[in-house]
Unconditional design. Structure first.
Length: 274
């Protein structure tokens, strides 16, 4: 039996979604903030070292920023760096806590508010992402990112009308942002409008900043319309053979469960057509 791929929001960059991509293996636990002590931690890293930290993997980056926070617990850059790294590792409660520590120091820190919302959405608690996303939107009313977060948060909170309005506003603010197009596409897919979803995903995939998550979402939407050969080509563009085979097998099994007359949608597939 093949494992069902996870459905996530395309957050931010954002909120983008590796719907068909297999979940990564659990990452080792980076050192806690309290775990590392010693004379080597007396001096904070310089600007060059901090810039280089952005190019290492999330696990090593989390350890780097945790050490920086040991030296100076009020280091906002380190707090934000730790929050981002932990979120990328899928450690959403810890990411939320790290962002929260920044907000204790700077309650109106825009990036910390975004990270707080992202972490809550990542753990499936979109209702609790609404408040920090709204605060961020007040600080930057023309920035598409808090609006995109609000859209996904409203979806998770089952507030569909508000979600659709926020998706459309995000698209108005950033019509050429792949994450925005992808999020709106997956909203339509979840509500059974696969044609509109595919159109939006193809627009997103054609943009220079589109990544594998966009193409994997497109593969899902194409496959749900019964075009499995085309979906398989898209899946194999970005995934290693074992993950691609697993996702293709899942998609074939999922679509086979849904009666043709029902209209294939993400919700129909995940409930097995019942």
């Amino acid at each position: 039996m093949c494992r069902m791929p996870a459905l996530a929001a395309t957050i931010l960059t954002l909120v983008a979604t590796p719907v068909l991509a297999a979940a990564p293996a659990p990452a080792p636990t980076p050192p806690s903030v309290a775990a590392s002590t010693g004379p080597m931690l007396r001096a904070k890293a310089g600007a060059t070292q901090r810039a280089e930290a952005g190019r290492i993997d999330p696990l090593a980056r989390a350890a780097f920023w945790a050490r920086e926070l040991e030296i100076d617990p009020r280091d906002v850059e380190a707090g934000l760096g730790l929050a981002v790294s932990l979120r990328q590792l899928g450690r959403f409660p810890e990411a939320y806590d790290a962002a929260g520590q920044v907000l204790v120091i700077q309650p109106d820190n825009f990036d910390a508010l975004l990270e707080s919302a992202r972490a809550q959405i990542g753990r499936g608690q979109g209702f609790y992402a609404i408040e920090p996303a709204r605060r961020a939107l007040i600080l930057a009313p023309r920035d598409w990112r808090p609006v995109a977060l609000l859209a996904v948060a409203y979806e998770q909170a089952d507030r569909d009308d508000e979600a659709l309005a926020a998706h459309r506003l995000a698209l108005t603010l950033a019509p050429h942002e792949p994450a925005v197009l992808t999020n709106l596409a997956m909203y339509h897919a979840g509500h059974g409008d696969l044609v509109q979803a595919e159109q939006l995903l193809r627009q997103a995939a054609a943009l220079p900043r589109a990544d594998a998550r966009v193409r994997q979402n497109l593969a899902l939407v194409v496959g749900l319309q019964g075009r499995l050969a085309e979906a398989e080509q898209l899946v194999r563009q970005d995934l290693p053979p074992d993950q691609a085979a697993n996702n293709i097998a899942w998609l074939k099994a999922a679509t086979a469960r849904v009666p043709t007359g029902e209209g294939r949608s993400w919700s129909a597939v995940t409930r097995g057509g019942s």
